[in-house]
Design a protein around this ligand. Sequence first.
Ligand SMILES: [Zn+2]
Length: 205
Amino acid sequence: MSALAPTTPYDYDRWSKVVPMDRIPFLVELRNMILEQSNTRMPKWRVKYTPDLAAVIQPRPEYAVMRGKPVFLWIAAQGEHPVREWFEKPAFRPAGVVMMSGAIRLRDAAWSFRPRRFWRRKSTGLDREAALAFRDRVFVAFQTTHLGGESSTTLLSAHCLICGRHLTDPISEVRMIGPECAGRHPALPVIKVPITGPVEEVTHG
Ligand SMILES: [Zn+2]
């Protein structure tokens, strides 16, 4: 499935071009919860979408967005069994893992998705087809995946999505939010603890 069918105004040949994106209400609400608590301290969301696709998304403070900066920055990794360390130390990335970074901008109430960098270890140059396919996967994951609830999406490390603190109990890990932050936001819009289903193991950093 391609998120970016050639019928869109999108120039399919350029993997790094700006792509219109639907606003993701859940990410907006989550970011707003963070801004209620801090104008500067933005936790990173380390999300595992599938067994071979993960991303770190970081919301940006409001003062930066008002100056035209991105509302979210992201780095995505594609490779089997992604772990948090891939995003922090290049030496931890096995050969074959591909990385892409970019931004999500807010302009005139519309979102846009912009890949900026594409790389892998020992790269012999940019493989355009691979970059396009990878970009599409990242776009679809961001655009269509919800966290928690019925979703099989998990975190690469057990840290609260709102305050960034380490999560210590299974309920919090499934909810992806610690008890204090959950208490402050009793009507969390999307993240719900599943009633049934196994708790996936969370890789600790
Ligand atoms: Zn928290």
